[in-house]
Design a protein around this ligand. Sequence first.
Ligand code: PLP
Length: 461
Amino acid sequence: MAPANVHPGSGSPQQQPSAERRLNSLVRHLLPSSPRRTAESSSATLESSPTMASQVASVFAGIAQAPEDPILGVTVAFNKDPNPNKVNLGVGAYRTEEGKPLVLNVVRRAEQMLINDPTRYKEYLPITGLAEFNKLSAKLIFGADSPAILENRVATVQCLSGTGSLRVGGEFLARHYHEHTVYIPQPTWGNHPKVFTLAGLKDVRYYRYYDPATRGLDFKGLLEDLGSAPNGAIVLIHACAHNPTGVDPTLDQWEQIRQLMRSKSLLPFFDSAYQGFASGSLDKDAQSVRMFVADGGELLMAQSYAKNMGMYGERVGALSIVCRSADVASRVESQLKLVIRPMYSSPPLHGPSVVATILKDSEMFKEWTVELKAMADRIISMRQQLFDALKARGTPGDWSHIIKQIGMFTFTGLTSEQVAFMRQEYHIYMTSDGRISMAGLNAKNVPILADAIHAAVTQLK
Ligand SMILES: Cc1ncc(COP(=O)(O)O)c(C=O)c1O
């Protein structure tokens, strides 16, 4: 029960807690003076008059307006644009040919099954999440016959999608790994540096990855930079469909990267946000990771189901740490719990239950792979359509990178001025680095985009 002197109007000024006294004195100070305002009348006024309460200075008055997130801010600007023909190619979320978000049929079916099951409760999950989901997730990325899984050397914890997995992994490394230098590709997903810095890995450095001249991989630069990294440094690797460039190493190049990294004991931290989205095949898109697991060495893996199962808002993901032995894996898991417990205590139940329902049922799994391939194929066909449309317009430049790059994004090579021009004149929205989400394209808006690119390239050189 609230103490009597906190109840509005019930106490003398001496009895009031100091914060309330300060507030009332502020109100007395700010309100037009009326003769002999009592504590009772001023607190009653404060409660009953929102206008007057809003005249009291905020304790947060000095806070500066933060800038919008560079990626999510594109959608904020898009939503404010009243133009009916606007096109959002900013955020990496799949859209149908009709430009609508997609919930996979298999996901709807799994959700229905869960809803119809009266034995299901809403109890807390353990700190590490849904055990069945964790096992199936490790199997999905490492392969069912992975030696690391068979030997019980993998510690997997359910996390809040890919971002949460990176964050938990980062904090675990900051607490328990001797080297705090983390190398990330230049360029990379905009959230990577912030996630790692705030996790406690303060020394974030870049390794060369993309060559603007070839619009392909700067393989020589990559090898040089990793070759001169301190032994033991952490290296963030996009498992497939590199964001934002859509440029991945070949298998041969992966092998050379692996040899170099292992020779210097660099610790791989894989980020797999697009398994199945790059090629349409879950196994093919996991090849880079499996090469590193096959050599028996250790690594971290952040997995997301946002894109490949369309579970964006459900925040379903997993962090796996592949260790040298089952004993180490068990101790690693015990420490991961200590990272997670004070952060969000335990993860959500619904999303991983849906994913586990699909992954464990061979028929539903098959249905998922067919739907996943259909999404990947639609994106691939958009690449061809955009390339053909630019060719048909005779747009200056070599646009073959549009069909060579893979995954959700094309790194167009457009300058930030050209991007701003396309937003202004054509209401086409993309990140200022010229990245477009191919998943937002369809037969209707490809010609609009091609016109806009043509105008931007010819008018702003
Ligand atoms: C490379 C990469 N990593 C991680 C993520 C995190 O995604 P989420 O937290 O939605 O799973 C994204 C999302 O765009 C990404 O592109």
